[in-house]
Design a binder for this molecule. Structure first.
Ligand SMILES: N[C@@H](CCC(=O)N[C@@H](CS)C(=O)NCC(=O)O)C(=O)O
Length: 222
């Protein structure tokens, strides 16, 4: 498999985590977003929105959208599972993942930040305020949801979660960790996000997350 991605792209990071958790080898194909390499025709002719990541499978499919890619990996390589047993628990994990991927990330994507700066003429501090506002408020909502799920577990007599949901990483952790990395890079206040940060720390103790992190990538500039 080939993963077209960029070390700093959080959507790419989600997929790298899933590949590493499942122990799947892949070829790392870097596309530098700031230099616009994702818009090159050899890539964009395969990918409607020309975003990263894209996974090129061994049988020639070009799969886009990080969540769809991770679910594809989970279906084709079920162990370790990235979705829990039981339809309600799976829906809860998907909902957490979507709170990051559909509510926070699209507001803070590179092309959105560029539009704010170059078309709407927001200065650097205005752009950073936008970034911090939407990330912080999204992560606060995520934290509230984690608390609700923790109370539900406690009422059911289940052991407290150490990751977002349960005691092993799921799709929700694949999404949370890259978002926290980006938040730290943009100096977003992470105070009081206790359950989210506990899940983040649990993840970062695992070699899979360490190997997938931006500084471990072949195209890392750090
Ligand atoms: N919803 C998509 C988001 C993909 C996405 O926005 N990727 C970003 C990097 S994290 C990108 O390619 N940005 C390029 C740009 O904004 O020009 C997914 O989950 O894969």
């Amino acid at each position: 498999m080939k993963l077209y991605n960029h070390f700093r792209s959080s959507a790419s990071f989600r997929v790298r985590v899933a590949l590493e958790l499942k122990g799947l080898p892949y070829e790392y194909v870097p596309l530098h977003l700031v230099r616009g390499e994702h818009r090159r025709t050899d890539y964009a002719s395969h990918v409607g929105d020309a975003l990263v990541p894209t996974l090129e499978t061994d049988d020639g499919h070009w799969l886009t959208q990080s969540m769809a890619i991770i679910e594809y990996l989970d279906e084709t390589h079920p162990e370790p599972a990235l979705l829990p047993q039981g339809a309600p628990a799976r829906a809860q994990v998907r909902a957490l993942a979507q709170m990051i991927a559909c509510e926070i990330h699209p507001l803070n994507n590179l092309r959105v930040l560029k539009y704010l700066k170059h078309d709407l003429m927001l200065d650097e501090s205005g752009k950073d305020a936008w970034y911090r506002h939407w990330t912080r408020s999204g992560l606060e909502a995520f934290e509230r949801q984690l608390r609700l799920l923790a109370a539900e577990r406690e009422a059911a007599g289940l052991a407290a979660s150490t990751f977002c949901v349960g005691r092993s990483p799921t799709l929700a952790d694949c999404c949370l960790v890259p978002q926290i990395f980006n938040a730290q890079r943009f100096h977003v206040d992470l105070e009081g996000l206790d359950l989210g940060m506990q899940a983040f720390r649990s993840c970062m103790q695992l070699p899979a997350f360490q190997r997938a992190q931006p500084s471990a990538c072949p195209d890392s500039e750090e």
